[in-house]
Design a protein. Structure first.
Length: 485
């Protein structure tokens, strides 16, 4: 525990949904749900307007539609979210060399290591200035928690939501934690929480009063010891700058179980290509290919194959994933498929297997007539015609919420598609609410487009945080003090 609240936790507010509202003027102040839109889709993020209606992340989209039938349901645009995340992480990196990202929208920062804060007053000023900088650069809001430990900083940022700052003074931890639910503590999920509840422990105060020996008896030595320390507010974990990814993977859940073995293989090969694209975007390679199959009865199988050396060759990964599929029984149907690569490295090796695969592919092309191997969305073409309906094809080509450009009307986004039509609203971030126009799904003047920046002319923070005050002067706020705009 530190004697000053110099560990900062930033959590962007309803990140995906807020980014969509900022990008689409017509959705400002309205319920927005981002996630999978099929029958088996799951909510990734819901705007605060949707949360008021009971929608939350990890909820089935079908249930969300019943709770909020008039909300805007959008397919995620990860290229936009990654771009905004990079802007935020760059700001955090200017504060300190010790930044520990937890996800695209969440990170810990050691302010003391960056020399920008060494007491309560300077920590608060830094936190407030960070929130201002994030809004000016990205147009979005983030909530900030400040404390003497990572655990408490994260709890503080949760209390600060939405769009606020909460600072916990060192020395007040137990008082603040006492009335909180045991579920507030890291590592206490639904099962552990229910187990503790049956033992009569529902608050953090109950855990502290029970004592370490009782907690060890209830949940085991390692977990019990950790729970007791957290109940006392003790957390010595440092902010770790390097959180190296251990794997890269992609997966899809299908609206209808796949029964056709040829279709299953085609989907595995498509996922393998997507996985390699993600691998290459991170400038990495991997040695072990992993296949994940969830069958009709929810049983999940994983199979893996370790190559002779790390690779980022799509042919190698695709063929390895296909071989792994041969050892999996898909009788009865498949509801989810995933392909991943582990054993990551920063380099690739020449692989004789890849060269042989490329040679076989070239030879096969020379002996067979030329034919397309993938459609315009990147989906492999099977020997048999695709069984997807026209509606499914339209939804895949024109995902709800994704960007488009029309040669006459300019930039817009897809509101929906069906019956051979796609409806587009033409508007841009920072502009007025745009008009809606409907086109045929094969209109030659309409094409997919890249997302536009949320802020056209962001404030220049290249010299930041040199201007931040670092003195110890200034009032000291009370424990749990909160500051909101």
């Amino acid at each position: 525990m530190r004697p000053a609240p110099t560990i900062l936790h930033l959590d962007m507010d309803a990140f995906y949904a807020s980014a969509e509202q900022a990008a689409k003027p017509s959705l400002r102040g309205k319920a927005v749900v981002v996630g999978g839109l099929g029958p088996r889709g799951v909510v990734a993020t819901a705007s605060y307007e949707a949360r008021v209606l009971g929608v939350h992340s990890a909820m089935p989209t079908a249930q969300a539609r019943r709770l909020a039938p008039n909300a805007a349901y959008l397919v995620p645009r990860f290229s936009l979210y990654r771009s905004v995340s990079e802007q935020v992480m760059e700001l955090l990196g200017r504060l300190s060399p010790l930044v520990e990202p937890l996800s695209l929208d969440e990170a810990f920062v050691d302010l003391e290591a960056g020399g920008v804060a060494d007491d309560t007053a300077s920590a608060r000023r830094t936190g407030e200035r960070l929130r201002t900088a994030i809004r000016e650069v990205t147009g979005l809001s983030g909530s900030v928690g400040l404390a003497g430990s990572k655990m408490l900083a994260k709890i503080a940022s949760e209390q600060a939501k939405p769009d606020g700052l909460v600072l916990i003074e060192p020395g007040t931890e137990r008082e603040l934690l006492a009335p909180l639910s045991v579920r507030t503590l890291p590592g206490v999920g639904p099962a552990t929480g229910d187990h503790l509840r049956r033992a009569g422990m529902t608050t953090v105060h109950d855990l502290a009063e029970a004592g370490e020996a009782e907690l060890v008896r209830l949940v085991g030595k390692a977990h019990g010891h950790g729970l007791y320390r957290m109940a006392l507010g003790l957390d010595d974990r440092p902010v770790v700058a390097e959180r190296d990814a251990k794997s890269v993977s992609v997966e899809d859940t299908f609206d209808v179980d796949l029964h056709d073995r040829v279709r299953v293989r085609a989907e595995v090969e498509r996922l393998a290509v997507r996985c390699v694209e993600r691998l290459r975007s991170a400038d990495r390679s991997g040695r072990t290919v992993v296949l994940k199959v969830r069958r009709y009865d929810f049983s999940t199988l994983t199979r893996s194959e370790t190559l002779r050396g790390p690779t980022d060759d799509p042919t190698v990964v695709r063929e390895a994933a296909a071989r792994l599929l041969e050892a999996v029984d898909t009788t009865g149907g498949v509801r989810l498929l995933g392909v991943g690569v582990t054993g990551l490295a920063d380099f690739t090796q020449e692989d004789l297997f890849a060269q042989a695969a490329d040679a076989r592919e070239l030879a096969a092309r020379a002996e067979t007539p030329e034919k397309p191997v993938a459609d315009e969305s990147g989906r492999p073409v099977d020997e048999e015609p695709a069984r997807d309906s026209a509606e499914q094809l339209a939804a895949r080509r024109w995902p709800a919420g994704h960007d488009v450009r029309h040669t006459v009307h300019g930039h817009g986004w897809v509101q929906g598609s069906g019956v051979g039509r796609v409806t587009v609203r033409f508007e841009e971030p920072g502009g007025p609410v745009g008009r809606v126009v409907t086109f045929r799904i094969d209109d030659p003047e309409l094409s997919p487009a890249d997302p536009l920046p949320l802020v056209r002319d962001p404030v220049d923070y290249s010299s930041w945080p040199a201007s931040l005050p670092k003195s110890r002067s200034g009032p000291v706020s009370a424990a749990g003090g909160e500051s909101r705009p």
